[in-house]
Write a protein that binds this ligand. Structure first.
Ligand code: MG
Length: 284
C-alpha cells in the first residue's frame, strides 16, 4: 500500500488516500476519521486497506495525483529522529569520522511539509543544503525494542529531505554548540509523498536513492551503505526513549550535499517509494 494524506483544495478537509499507480489515487476518506495512515493501518492492516481500495476503485472516486495537494504522510508525529553521519561517503566529504554509535539529533514536527510544498529558508541563513534520506515511520508505541524485533514497530517507509542551514550549522560546530537550530526551521523537513507499507519494501537496505536539482543529479546512494542499519537504529533510539506512532526516523544522508538557490526544484527519489518534489522559495 502507498498511503497519502491529501486535500482537494487548499481549505478542504484532509483525506486519507491510496495510490493505485503513479497518477491515480483512491480516496479512503471515511475509513479513518483522522485521515491518519498509521492509525488506519493499525486498525485495518495493509490487507484490509488494500481490499477497501480495490472495492472503491470500481466506483468513481478517483483522484489524479497532480490535482491534489499532498500533506505529510503522518497525521501526528511527536519527533523526527535524525541520524548524523550514517553514510561513510557523507562523513568523508564532511571531513568527519564515522561515529562508532548512532549520533542523534531532532527536528520538531513543525518543520514537516508535504510533497510539492515549498521549502522557505528564513532570512537568517544564506546557505541551505539538501539531504535526501530514507525515512522510517513508527507504527506503534514502543520502548526497549530488541534488534531482532525492529520490524514489529515499523508502519512503513517514505522519503525525507533533511534541509540544513549549513552556514549556521558550521558556525555552531565551530563553537562546539548543539546545531539543531540549523535543522529545525519551518519547512526544513519535506516528507512523502506516501507512506509505503513494508510488504512493498521487502528490504529497506536495498534501495537506490537520488537527489536531483533541476535535472542535475547531486546525490546518488544505496541504503545498503548505511553505517548503522535500521534494526540497530531502532534498538538504540528506543533504549530508554519511547517512540510513538507517526514518529519518523531520518536514517542519514550520503555524499553530494550542495546549496540550493531561489527557484530551484528538488526531486528526492527512492526506488519503490516515489519522488518527493520540493521547490525552493527564499524569503528575500
Ligand atoms: Mg541528515
Amino acid at each position: 500500500m502507498r498511503l497519502a494524506r491529501i486535500r482537494r483544495t487548499p481549505e478542504g478537509p484532509v483525506e486519507l488516500a491510496a495510490a493505485l499507480d503513479d497518477q491515480t489515487l483512491i480516496s479512503l476518506r471515511d475509513v479513518d476519521a483522522g485521515a491518519d495512515p498509521v492509525a488506519a493501518l493499525d486498525r485495518l492492516g495493509a490487507d484490509g486497506l488494500a481490499d477497501e481500495t480495490a472495492r472503491r476503485a470500481e466506483s468513481a472516486d478517483r483522484l489524479t495525483a497532480s490535482d491534489v495537494i499532498f500533506q505529510t504522510p503522518v497525521a501526528s508525529c511527536s519527533k523526527v529522529c535524525c541520524l548524523a553521519l550514517n553514510y561513510r561517503s557523507h562523513a568523508e566529504e564532511s571531513s568527519l569520522d564515522v561515529p562508532p554509535v548512532p549520533v542523534l539529533f531532532f527536528k520538531p514536527p513543525s518543520a514537516l511539509i508535504g510533497h510539492g510544498a515549498p521549502v522557505r529558508p528564513p532570512r537568517r541563513t544564506r546557505h541551505v543544503e539538501h539531504e535526501v534520506e530514507l525515512a522510517v515511520v513508527i507504527g506503534r508505541r514502543c520502548r526497549d525494542v530488541p534488534e531482532e524485533d525492529w520490524a514489529d514497530v515499523v508502519a512503513g517507509y517514505t522519503i525525507v529531505n533533511d534541509m540544513t542551514a549549513r552556514d549556521l550549522q558550521l558556525e555552531s560546530m565551530r563553537r562546539q554548540e548543539p546545531w539543531d537550530h540549523s535543522k529545525a526551521f519551518d519547512t526544513f523537513a519535506p516528507l512523502g509523498p506516501f507512506l509505503v507499507t513494508p510488504d512493498e519494501v521487502p528490504d529497506p537496505h536495498a534501495l537506490s536513492m537520488t537527489l536531483t536539482v533541476d535535472g542535475e543529479v547531486r546525490q546518488r546512494a544505496h541504503t545498503g551503505d548505511m553505517v548503522h542499519p535500521i534494526p540497530k537504529l531502532i534498538a538504540d533510539l528506543t533504549d530508554g526513549m519511547t517512540l510513538l506512532p507517526g514518529d519518523v526516523i531520518a536514517t542519514g544522508t550520503t555524499a553530494g550535499i550542495a546549496p540550493v538557490r531561489d527557484g530551484d526544484v528538488m526531486h528526492a527519489h527512492i526506488d519503490g517509494l516515489g519522488t518527493l518534489v520540493s521547490p525552493v522559495q527564499w524569503a528575500n
